[in-house]
Design a protein around this ligand. Structure first.
Ligand code: URA
Length: 233
């Protein structure tokens, strides 16, 4: 059993002072009852606690998926532009969160946000070969031959040859591409090298974790236990 205020502060959700104020202003419930005493004892593993009406997760690390909208930067902080951390709904916020990897400002879709640096580093390491699947649309048609060439590897302008990947064409101008590496602007540069242009890019899967069609842009949810295992394995 643990003090209610301590459970919040040890998971870096709120400081002891901040949460004491919120508890006294009746913003916290335990198993459906408003609690006004910060020293009230709870079992963080089994008791259901809410803050401002939202369920609280008392875990060492959290893993959140966000459907990133366009115009948002994949960083923790940016003086000028909104970041994926800025737009995260309040109930997910705690200290130390950062996005695992980067999507371009105009790319939408799956971003995993966590405070678990070790797992994030592992998933991003080239050794992990984590598959990243993107849905793309292009300005000009993509021919089967071009798709096959892209799959084998493409010589980019800077001399880098991309690793083999998978391309599944869905129409003349759209498809899914699966990469196991993540170079700067990689997909845009691959199609650029083939004389085409990406007009829409959405990450739909990362390391086996799929973006649900029901999660709208700007919405977030915690990873399920199965998805957490895929991320932390
Ligand atoms: N490749 C790109 O070009 N942009 C992204 O955001 C991700 C992969």
């Amino acid at each position: 059993m643990e003090r209610l205020d301590k459970a919040f502060s040890s998971c870096k959700i709120k400081s002891r002072t901040e949460i004491a104020k919120l508890i006294k202003s009746k913003k916290v419930t335990v198993n459906g009852t408003v609690i006004v005493d910060p020293s009230y004892k709870i079992d963080p593993k089994t008791d259901e606690v809410t803050l401002c009406g939202e369920k609280v997760e008392f875990k060492k690390y959290v893993y959140v998926m966000l459907n990133k909208p366009q115009g948002v930067i994949s960083a923790s902080e940016d003086g000028a532009q909104p970041t994926v951390i800025d737009i995260l709904p309040n109930s997910f916020k705690r200290e130390g969160l950062f996005p695992c990897g980067r999507l371009d400002k105009d790319t939408v879709g799956l971003v995993i946000i966590t405070d678990d640096g070790i797992s994030s580093h592992k998933r991003l390491s080239p050794k992990s070969h984590a598959e990243k699947v993107y849905y793309f649309e292009t300005a000009d048609p993509v021919f089967e031959e071009t798709a096959l060439e892209i799959e084998k590897g493409v010589l980019l302008k800077d001399g880098y040859i991309t690793k083999p990947c998978k391309v599944e064409l869905l129409s003349e101008n759209s498809g899914n591409i699966t990469l196991t590496e993540g170079k700067y602007h990689e997909i845009k540069r691959i199609f650029g090298a083939k004389g085409n242009k990406i007009t829409y890019l959405k990450r739909i899967s990362f390391a086996g974790i799929k973006l649900p069609e029901t999660l709208n842009e700007g919405e977030a949810r915690y990873l399920t236990p199965e998805e957490e295992l895929l991320f932390t394995k």
